[in-house]
Structure formats: C-alpha cells, structure tokens
Design a protein around this ligand. Structure first.
Ligand code: GDP
Ligand code: IMO
Ligand code: MG
Length: 442
C-alpha cells in the first residue's frame, strides 16, 4: 500500500501539475488534499493547454480515479465551470469523486476575503480573492457547511443554514458593512449545489482505504507550496491550509504509513505571487529574464509573479518539514541564455555579517538578512529537447548537482519544458529506485 505525495517546495506555481501529469500514468488514484481554487495548475499535452483549479491534474488520463479530498474547500461555481471545460475538451469526468467532508466556499466568503484585503491596506496578503481564508476560518470555527451537508434531510439543512446566518450576519453587517445572508435564498442555492455535486459525492476516505487495500497507487497532489503553509510558511503571508506532506494525510484521510515517496517540486529559480518576504527577489536584468522567458504570470489571477534566484536555505527548510525523498526540478530550460546563474546557499546578517543557514521562523528577521550567492557559469544552449541527463550541457549538470548538494536531497526528475514529454526522468516509474547517479546529494 503506497502513496506518492507531490508537494510544492517553494511559494507555489513550481510546476506541480506538470509533474502530477507526468507521474499520473503510473498511479491509480489522484487526490487533491488541501487548498481550493486559489490553485492554478497548468498541464500542457500535445499542444493543448489545460488549467485546473480544483480538479486533480490527473483527470486527463481517462482510466484514473480523481478525488477532491476532505481537506479542500470548494467554490461550487468554479467546480461547475471546470466540469464544463472538461466536457468541452471531451474529457471524461467518470472517475471524479468529491469528498462529503470538503468545505464549501459560499458567496459571502468571497465578499469577506475582498473586504479583509481592503482593510489590510498596505499590509494586504495579496490573496487570490477566492474566499479561501474566510472559508477556512468558518471550518476551524465549526460553522462551515460541508458538501455532505447538502445531502442531509431538508429540514436539517434549512436549520443548519439558518444557524450559519445567525452566526455570520452580525459580522457581515456590522464589521464589514456587507449584506446579510438571506437564509431561505442560501438554502435554495444549497439545493442547486446538491444537484451539482450529486454525481460525484462519496466517502473518499473509504474509497482511498479500499484502493490502498487493493494495492493501488495513490498520487497526492499538493496545491500552493511549503513556504505558503499556514504553520510552516512565511506567516502571515501564507495561505490558510497545510500544503506540506503531512497535510496529504490530514487532508486526504490517508494514513502516514502509506506514504512511500515525497517529491518536492521546485523551480530552478524562485517565484512568489502576492505579498510577503522574499529573500532572493531580483529587480534586475536577470529577474526580467526569468519573468519573460518563464512566462511568470499567475494561472489563477494573471498577476505578474515576482522572480529571484534559487533559495537553498528555504528549500532545506522545506525538506526538513516535508521529508522529501527527492526533488522534481522544473523550468531548468528558463535559465538557458543567462551568462551566470546563482544559488543562494545561506543568508548573511546585513550589519553583523553573521551567517544564517536555518530559515527564520520570524519574518521580521528576513529584513535584516541578505542572500549569500554562489555563482555558476550559465549555458547558452536551448535544453528543452534534452531527454536524458547526459544530453544536458556540462554547465547545467554542474548547476543541478550543486543545487542538490546544497539542499541535501537527490534530484529525481528534471523538467525542461511545459509539455509532458519535456521531462528527464531519473526515476522512470513510481516505486522504482532512484537511478540518477552523479546528481545526488551524498
Ligand atoms: P503549479 O501551480 O505548481 O502546478 O504551477 P503552474 O501551473 O501555476 O505554473 C507553472 C508554469 O510553468 C505552467 O505554465 C507550466 O506549464 C510551466 N512549466 C512547468 N514545468 C516547466 C518547465 O520545465 N519549463 C517551462 N518552460 N515551463 C514549465
Ligand atoms: P498553486 O497551487 C502561488 C498565494 C496568494 C497569496 C497567499 C494567500 O497554483 O501553486 P489565498 O488566496 O490562498 O488566501 O492567498 O497565497 N497563493 C498562491 N501562490 N500559487 C498558488 O497555488 C497559490 N495559492 C495561493 O498569492 O500570496
Ligand atoms: Mg499555480
């Protein structure tokens, strides 16, 4: 009984969907375990680009089961749009399952997200405005509505909605100056949602337990990234869930003993979208190269992503928290054409010069630290056609090898382009041994 977890090792948008799509062929069930439609996951296959927000990126494989797990939050309108997109592309949703325990993002959650961001002023988090934080607040506050609630007895559901309105209306009207929830209107909306979810809802914990019992392989798809994790990221500039590998168990309802492989997906540089500290951020020509060549614009919001050098301090910390068994290194092709490329190997205190190798818990500390950079010769070649480590230019191999050494994690997969095929596979199939020699950390 095994599961592979694919986790963002940085601040999101690392190319998790591309790696999921690459690995899904060898999996039976693909599970989104946290987050919601704040995620924007892009898969490119045979010239066609697919963007997913809620539905697992493995859905392109017709014979797979795809689960939207208990730890996720679902905005029904986005779910409905994604179903339409699948239909338009002729992709089957026959294997799609939605957890009864997943929470619903309701219209007022979107209003609150917007109002809170406005109130934060210059301290705004730069959320995706998809209602994620407010939905999770209601979940933790034990006031939220779950997908399974839609299927309860109508009297029970009406009562539950009325209770929710009683709890939320004083906050909505008095704190945020927003319209009150009309309980009967929300109840009717819930009946629409019931029809929407009817074909997909199930007890996903039972489904996943049975899949594991039968020896099937689960692929757990993380959203966001470790540095956006509510507990372990750059708080408060984080998302309201746990993208880290432990979140796959809590959110998916899968036992930790099932996890066999934990893949940290990382770009060969870094990006961040929204506010918050970013030690290796670049404001120069190299930063513009990364943004332009890497097409660094958000899949969900279209916002320009901030760009910077690879940060091995943050990555080592992510590896500590996640227990990465390997890295999937994406967008190595984007570095082609830079004369010199850098890795941040440590931070240095701006005044005392003290060297810092552990990512600080307190983000204020990051203001007084600067990155220590190790420089490498770049490579001019277009590497997007490379399909083996040997085909990579010597300079690129040296860079990957040093990156792996500084992170203390072997590199199992190297991605050199958007397309499914633009992948150098050091580990050919789930469950096989790491065959990448010479690029490992030891
Ligand atoms: P995710 O949220 O982690 O799934 O990542 P996104 O889909 O938001 O952003 C990653 C972007 O980089 C997408 O447009 C991918 O198609 C693209 N991408 C992924 N891997 C590679 C790669 O190796 N090279 C290039 N050039 N693009 C890549
Ligand atoms: P994927 O899965 C990058 C960021 C937002 C903001 C912070 C909180 O595509 O990697 P939220 O709406 O979650 O309350 O916003 O988190 N953020 C992401 N950044 N990729 C994502 O998802 C993100 N999801 C949220 O920009 O800074
Ligand atoms: Mg994304």
């Amino acid at each position: 009984m095994t599961a592979t977890v694919v986790v963002g090792a940085q601040w999101g948008d690392e190319g998790k969907a591309k790696i999921i799509d690459h690995l899904a062929d060898h999996a039976d069930v693909i599970v989104r375990y946290q987050g919601g439609c704040n995620a924007g996951h892009t898969v490119v296959h045979e010239g066609q680009t697919y963007k997913f927000h809620l539905i697992p990126s493995g859905v392109l494989y017709a014979d797979k089961t795809c689960v939207i797990g208990s730890g996720t939050v679902i905005l029904p309108t986005v779910f409905a749009e994604e179903l339409k997109t699948l239909q338009a592309h002729g992709i089957s949703d026959a294997g799609l399952k939605v957890s009864q325990r997943a929470h619903l993002t309701l219209p007022f959650h979107l209003d609150i997200d917007k109002a809170k961001e406005a109130a934060r002023g210059d301290k705004s988090i730069g959320t995706t405005l998809r209602g994620i934080g407010p939905t999770m607040e209601d979940k933790v506050g034990r006031a939220g509505l779950r997908v399974g609630d839609l299927f309860a007895d109508e009297a029970w559901l009406r009562d539950r909605v009325a209770h929710l309105a009683d709890m939320k209306n004083p906050v909505l009207t008095k704190v945020y100056n927003l319209p009150a929830i009309e309980p009967e209107a929300l109840f009717e909306t819930c009946l629409d949602y019931r029809r929407l979810f009817q074909p997909y809802v199930c007890d996903t914990e039972a489904l996943l337990a049975e899949a594991l019992r039968q020896g099937q392989h689960l692929l757990m798809e993380g959203a966001q990234g470790s540095m956006l994790d509510l507990d372990h990221g750059t708080y408060p500039y984080v998302t309201s869930s746990n993208p880290v590998s432990g979140g796959a168990c809590a959110g998916g309802g899968v036992p930790p003993t099932a996890l066999a492989r934990i893949i940290g997906v990382t770009k060969a540089y870094t990006t961040r979208v929204g506010g918050g500290p970013y030690p290796t951020e670049l404001f120069d020509e190299a930063g513009r190269h990364l943004a332009d060549v890497g097409h660094e614009f958000g899949t969900t919001t279209g916002r320009a992503r901030r760009c910077g050098w690879f940060d091995a301090v943050a990555l080592r910390y992510a590896a500590q928290v996640n227990g990465f068994t390997e890295l999937a290194l994406t967008k190595l092709d984007v570095l082609s054409g830079l004369q010199k490329v850098a890795l941040c190997t440590a931070y240095r205190h701006k005044t005392s010069g003290e060297r810092v190798v552990q990512f600080p818990a307190q983000i204020g500390m990051l203001d007084v630290l600067e990155p220590v950079l190790e420089w490498f010769e770049g490579w001019p070649e277009d590497i997007s056609g490379c399909r083996s480590v040997d085909e990579l230019p010597e300079a690129a191999r040296r860079f990957v090898s040093a990156l792996s050494q500084h992170c203390g994690v072997p590199v199992g997969i190297i991605s050199v382009g958007q397309d499914r095929r633009a992948t150098i596979c050091a580990v050919p199939a789930i469950g096989s041994q790491n065959q990448l020699s010479g690029l490992t950390s030891s």
